[in-house]
Design a protein around this ligand. Structure first.
Ligand code: FEO
Length: 395
C-alpha cells in the first residue's frame, strides 16, 4: 500500500470506498473515502477510524508504518459510524488505548457500541501534549452532529475537522491540488447536502477558530481529498455558501404526468431566456435530489412545477420538498406552477409545504387545466418574465 505522509510524521491511513453509490439518501456516483490519520510522536495517536467493513484496509496501512499496538491514543472526532465503525475492533486490537472524544461523543459511542473504553473527554481549548506536538480540541456541536469535534495539530498547523470541508469522492489521489478541476464541485455537493442547514453555525465556528489564533496550513477532512495547496479556498467557499451568496441561476424543478407541466416548464424557461436569465430545467425523475440540491447552491430563484395527483402534489415533488425543507437553503426565492384535471391542489400543497419553513414564495402562481392552449402557453412565457423581474426588484 502506498504510504501517504501529510507532514513529517503525520500519515493518512484511511480507506477508499470505490463502490458506495448511496450515502443515506445522498447519491455518491464517485464513491467516497473514510479518512483516518496517524501521528507518530512520543505518544502515537490515531485520529478517527473508518467504516467497519474497511477496518483491515486501515489496519494494513497503519501496519506499514508502525506496529498498531504502539498506538496509545485514539481520537474520535465524531460518533457517526463511517468514522467510528472500526473503533471497537481497533481498541481491542491495540489493547485499551485512551479514547479522546467530546462528552457527547462519549455518550454516543457508549450507546452505539455498548463497550467499555478508556475514555477521556475534552472541551474546546483543551490541549494534549504528545511529545514534540500539541493537540488542541475544538468542539463543533451540530457540525454536523452534537458530538462533532475538530482536532488541531499546533506545531504542524494541520486541522482535522472530521466531516467539515469533506467531499464524497473516491480517488487514488489524496490532495486537492492533484485534481484541482474536480474538487470544488464535489465539495459543493457535500456542503449543500450535509452542512447547508447549519450555515449560521458554520459562520460562527469560522469566527471562533480565527479568534483562537488557529493558523491553518492544511485541512484533513474525514472524506475525500486533503486541502494542502490552498486550505483558505475551501474555508472561503464555506463562508460564502453559508452567507447565501448564491449564483445567478434560476432553476425550474418539476415533474409531469402527461406532459402538461413539462410544457409549462419549457414555456417558463423560454420567458426567462428571452429576458437574458441563466436558467435550466431539472426533471425530478431524471435528476437525483442530491444533485438538484447542489444546483440550488448556485441559484437565486427556484420555480417548482407539479401536476395534480389525488388533489395534491406529485409524489416526487413531495419527496423533493421533504428533503429540501430539512436542508433549509438560504436566500432563495420560490415560484410555483402546475397543472390539474378538475379540482387542482398541487400548487396549494406546494405552497403549504414551503410555508412550514418560511421560505420566500412569490404570491403569483400558475396552474392550467388539462393541456395548456396557445393562450396559456403565452401566459407561462410571461410568468417566467415576471418572475425574473420580481427577483431583480428584490436584489
Ligand atoms: Fe457524519 Fe462522515 O459522518
Amino acid at each position: 500500500m502506498e504510504i501517504v505522509e501529510l507532514k513529517k510524521g503525520i500519515y493518512w491511513v484511511g480507506a477508499i470506498d470505490w463502490n458506495v453509490r448511496d450515502f443515506h439518501g445522498y447519491s455518491t456516483p464517485f464513491g467516497t473515502t473514510y479518512n483516518a490519520y496517524l501521528i507518530l510522536d512520543e505518544k502515537n495517536v490515531l485520529v478517527d477510524t473508518v467504516k467497519a467493513p474497511f477496518y483491515l484496509e486501515m489496519l494494513g496501512r497503519i501496519s506499514e508504518i508502525i506496529d498498531p499496538s504502539k498506538i496509545s491514543i485514539v481520537v474520535s472526532n465524531h460518533v457517526e459510524m463511517d468514522h467510528s465503525g472500526s473503533l471497537p475492533q481497533m481498541v481491542e486490537n491495540i489493547g485499551n488505548p485512551t479514547v479522546i472524544t467530546s462528552e457527547r461523543g462519549r455518550k454516543g459511542l457508549e450507546k452505539h457500541f455498548q463497550k467499555s473504553m478508556n475514555f477521556r473527554t475534552v472541551k474546546t481549548g483543551d490541549t494534549l501534549s504528545i511529545g514534540q506536538r500539541t493537540l488542541t480540541f475544538v468542539e463543533a456541536p451540530m457540525l454536523h452532529w452534537p458530538d462533532s469535534m475538530f482536532t488541531y495539530i499546533k506545531e504542524d498547523r494541520v486541522l482535522l475537522p472530521n466531516d467539515a470541508f469533506g467531499q464524497h469522492f473516491a480517488s487514488c489521489k489524496r490532495f486537492e491540488d492533484e485534481v484541482e478541476d474536480e474538487v470544488m464541485r464535489h465539495a459543493a455537493k457535500y456542503y449543500a447536502n450535509i452542512l447547508w442547514p447549519l450555515a449560521p453555525l458554520i459562520l460562527k465556528k469560522v469566527d471562533e477558530v480565527v479568534k483562537m489564533g488557529i493558523t491553518i496550513d492544511m485541512i484533513g477532512p474525514s472524506h475525500g481529498l486533503i486541502w494542502r495547496k490552498d486550505p483558505q479556498r475551501i474555508i472561503q467557499a464555506y463562508v460564502e455558501w453559508s452567507q447565501g451568496k448564491g449564483g445567478r441561476k434560476i432553476l425550474i424543478i418539476y415533474d409531469t404526468m402527461w406532459g402538461s407541466t413539462e410544457l409549462m416548464a419549457k414555456a417558463i424557461l423560454k420567458g426567462l431566456l428571452e429576458e437574458g436569465a441563466e436558467a435550466k430545467l431539472l426533471h425530478l425523475r431524471s435528476n437525483h435530489r442530491s444533485d438538484i440540491i447542489e444546483e440550488m447552491l448556485g441559484a437565486r430563484g427556484i420555480l417548482l412545477g407539479s401536476p395534480t395527483l389525488n388533489n395534491g402534489m406529485f409524489p416526487t415533488v413531495g419527496d423533493f420538498l421533504t428533503y429540501m425543507r430539512g436542508l433549509r437553503p438560504q436566500g432563495k426565492f420560490f415560484g410555483l406552477f402546475g397543472s390539474h384535471g378538475w379540482g387542482g391542489g398541487a400548487v396549494r400543497e406546494m405552497r403549504k409545504s414551503l410555508g412550514q419553513e418560511k421560505f420566500e414564495v412569490w404570491e403569483k402562481e400558475l396552474s392550467v387545466q388539462f393541456i395548456p392552449d396557445k393562450e396559456e402557453v403565452k401566459n407561462a412565457i410571461q410568468f417566467g418574465k415576471e418572475f425574473l423581474k420580481c427577483i431583480e426588484q428584490r436584489a
